[in-house]
Design a protein around this ligand. Structure first.
Ligand code: PMP
Length: 388
């Protein structure tokens, strides 16, 4: 096992060593670490629903009624009634015929992509797609063609030039998780129609953020009926955990019979499914939360940009501050921590070398006064390290 130590030494030298830190969540956006409280600017809890009392009660009720574990896989004995409520609710929210829940978003992507594509098929994948999409492509054994991020000329050329004896699939994040920009889904759909490719969108970071009532990228672009596979997660705006796919009845029944990550894993616990269903209801009852998170994000984006800080992305609550070197990103995180702010440094292998960044994520639960203070601290730290 000497190779483990060698590897760890190497990542330490490169400032890329990582380990989980245990935080005590105080509320949706505050955490405690070693007795000190911090404002979190790095949570995917976009709507702040993790601490909603209605959703917590939904989880408690689920446990009281159905117990703590599902005790079986979905196709054996694990499909408790809350699954039916959640899957029907997701299909209605996404305006599709049906939906199916997977245990995580990661498992949804690997399961769906490997169920839909195989030998002889070609998958066209954006260069910045999430790791779970990349892993799904590898698992599928289809030929993977990576097009330059958001570059429709490159995608068109690759669709034209790549021979395919089987099916074509174009897959993209709706909102890119590390860059915060929105995929040009309207152009992707048009190209998909020209080349008879299936279209799959990963809406992990778009639900609760884009489209009417936060229902995602397809609605944002008005592309209902033209996107075959809408994947999403229950772990971000929906304040629980799990993944899902929404689409036609035939697609969903096919996935239930074919996707190995759906078939061969124990079903989610009643508490998890109950919380996700509670969050879906809460989002539909409070569509103003979507407006709040977007306004908060716009406020921070404008203030940082005005100060000359290089913030990427557009419109969404993901605000990457481009720093460059991993060591500088780590240093800034430490300095911000001294200011009571919790921010994640995103480094290789998550992003390419030389493009390390601080990934700020803004929530509807952030208070404007605290955000204003946070902006001041970020500007001060950026000056201190000569980023600006
Ligand atoms: N897709 C994207 C774009 C993601 O950002 C993530 C997780 N961060 C996933 C899929 C995986 O979802 P989960 O965390 O629910 O497994």
């Amino acid at each position: 096992m000497e190779f483990c130590k060698t590897y760890l030494l190497k990542v330490q030298e490169q400032n890329l060593y990582r380990k989980p830190v245990i935080y005590r969540f105080l509320d949706a956006v505050h955490v405690e670490l070693e007795g000190k409280s911090y404002l979190s600017l790095s949570t995917n809890n976009y709507l702040g629903l993790t601490h909603s009392s209605a959703i917590q009660q939904a989880a408690i009720d689920a446990i009281s009624q159905y117990g703590t574990g599902s005790g079986g896989a979905r196709l054996t004995t694990g499909s408790h009634p809350l699954y039916q409520k959640l899957e029907q609710g997701l299909a209605a929210f996404k305006k599709t015929e049906a939906a199916v829940v997977f245990n995580t978003g990661y498992m949804a992507n690997v399961g769906v992509i490997s169920a839909l594509s195989g030998k002889g098929d070609v998958i066209f994948s954006d260069a910045l797609n999430h790791a779970s999409i990349i892993d799904g492509c590898c698992l599928s054994k289809a030929h993977r063609v990576v097009y330059r991020h958001g570059d429709m000329d490159d995608l068109a050329e690759k669709l034209k030039d790549t021979p395919c004896s089987g099916r074509r699939l174009i897959v993209t994040d709706g909102v890119f998780s590390m860059d915060g920009d929105i995929a040009p889904l309207d152009d992707i759909v048009a190209l998909g129609e020209t080349y008879e490719a299936m279209i799959m969108v990963d809406d992990a970071h778009a639900v609760g953020v884009l489209g009417h009532g936060g229902c995602g990228t397809v609605d944002h672009f008005g592309l209902q009926e033209r996107v075959d596979i809408q994947m999403g997660t229950l772990s971000k705006s929906l304040a629980s955990e799990g993944g899902y796919v929404a689409g036609s009845q035939a697609l969903i029944a096919y996935l239930m019979n074919k996707a190995r990550s759906f078939i061969f894993s124990t079903a989610l616990s009643p508490a998890t499914v109950g919380a996700a269903h509670g969050a879906l209801m809460e989002l539909q009852n409070h569509p103003e939360l979507v407006e709040t998170v977007l306004q908060n994000a716009q406020y921070v984006r404008e203030a940082l940009t005005f100060a000359g800080i290089p913030v990427e992305g557009n419109m969404t609550p993901i605000l990457p501050i481009m720093v460059g070197e991993a060591a500088l990103a780590v240093k800034m995180v430490e300095l911000l921590k001294e200011e009571g702010l919790l921010v994640s440094a995103i480094r290789p292998p998550t992003v390419p070398h030389g493009s390390s960044r601080l990934r700020l994520t803004i929530s509807a639960a952030h208070d404007r006064k605290e955000l204003a203070q946070a902006v001041e601290s970020i500007i001060a730290v950026s000056r201190r390290v000569k980023l600006i």
